[in-house]
Design a protein around this ligand. Sequence first.
Ligand SMILES: [Fe+2]
Ligand SMILES: [Fe+2]
Length: 292
Amino acid sequence: MTRPIPDAFLKGIDRLEPLPVTAQALLRSVTDGDVSFAKIADLIELDQAVAANLLRLSRSAAYSGAQNVTTVREALLRLGTSTLLDLVLGDFMKRLKFSAPMYRLSEDDLWLHGAGAHLAVRAIQQERPNSKIPQAALTAALVHDIGKLVMVRHLKADVAVILQYCHDQQVTFVEAERALFGTDHAAVGAAMARKWKFPEAITDAIARHHDAELHHSTPVIDAVVTANLVAKTIGMGLGAEGLNLRVDMSCPRRLGLDFESFSRVCVQTAMWIDDVREAHGLGSGKHPAQVH
Ligand SMILES: [Fe+2]
Ligand SMILES: [Fe+2]
């Protein structure tokens, strides 16, 4: 169901910074295939930060783990344009650097939560290689909470008021958003995705990732809902919402995940996210060894 979005948020979405040129070209390449490989390689070579990240990622265990990749073109061939799109979008989200007090998320939390969900989809693909999860699910997981960006920019909401409302009315955090502000971060995120011309499968997954009962779900939505739960379970971006969310458990079931395999996905995701945190100088979540 599409919920109308109040004017203040629509104006905020209109004023959003555009996506980086590289991300726009990659989106066009992924959706229409109308941007050549050579053009993408040229764009990446102009962007030092993305080029360095691309090389690092292509050598990391979560991706190809190929130590001998030395050029942007080799890395691009190995990883493909969808993975590169995720890398550029992740970099964009990381550079936005905003804290979100109404969600009790610090500057890096929102990006890390998206990165955790993205890696969770990879872990599900590894756990269930026959589940046929489309590549779009990886991108959708990365950006599923992007609506929080506009919510915090246009609301001076006190998190204590939201939490009190959740407590008094016995509702989830996202239901409190809807009741108090007339919209929620899923609807706002979907409107942002439409403005940025994301493929429909991704926009749809962002819009419905908090629906308690999903009608006509898709493999992308199943993956995003499950990945969000994995990220939360391993403590990535819990924020004020914590685990106060409804999850349609038919999503992990449709992906063939039972309790044991879900737990393995959580462990794998936690190990990969530790590598990502360390690579970005954020320290790992690993606890230091005790010294006696
Ligand atoms: Fe969300
Ligand atoms: Fe989330």
